[in-house]
Write a protein that binds this ligand. Sequence first.
Ligand code: GRF
Length: 247
Amino acid sequence: MRRSGSILSGAAARWLPERVPDGSIRRAENQSRTGEAVADVKRVVVLVSGHGSNLQALLDAAAEPASGMAVVLVLADRPGAHGLERARRARVDTAVVRPADHPDRRSFDLALRDLVAAARPDVVCLAGFMRILGPEFVRAFPGRILNTHPSLLPAFRGAHAVREALAYGVKVTGCTVHLVDEEVDHGPVLFQSAVPVEPGDDEDRLHERIKQEEHRLLPLAVRLLAEGRVRVEGRRAQLVTAEEVSR
Ligand code: GRF
């Protein structure tokens, strides 16, 4: 569903970013691959707040000819998120939904939910999206939302995981790619990778090494989930073979 506001594209879109109304979709110019035209390409919607290096890993993976997936929409909660620029460069539709434009959290969640649902995603990926999503959003995409978090969950949940791991003095931290449920940084774990803390690490340096692992695991997790190759029993997520999917 397209919400209020105009759809801008081309040169106008580039020069009028501040006039893009909250929630309207900025259509990408000359989209090379939206997933509409190619049968059975899995549709991925990505939510970002900032730099977007994980988004870039997804865009790069989707650009591989045999990937079988396309990023069809990138959504941000603030217009300055650099991830939006990455999406535009990759000719992917973008939209911004700002909490400040909504009277409360629920209506923000509903606006996000409607935009994401309109893109008909096979997978919704939170890639550095720094907002807590409410139950209306999570329930709309059951078992289809992935998040990446820069710690070995359940250690160091929340927004400052790398800083807190350093402050605690752990020798090993890492990242976790997990399914999203209604609790923060909590759903079933798909992949984890350990990253040793090195002497002299500061938050940025350690986070960069953790991100390298996220960039490796997140596209893989998105693809496997999109292909239906993730089975969940309770807290346990397991991978099944392609043959098992078709059974
Ligand atoms: C990642 O480390 C992610 O786990 C965390 O925020 C960071 C986002 O980085 N939630 P980027 O915007 O993808 O570069």
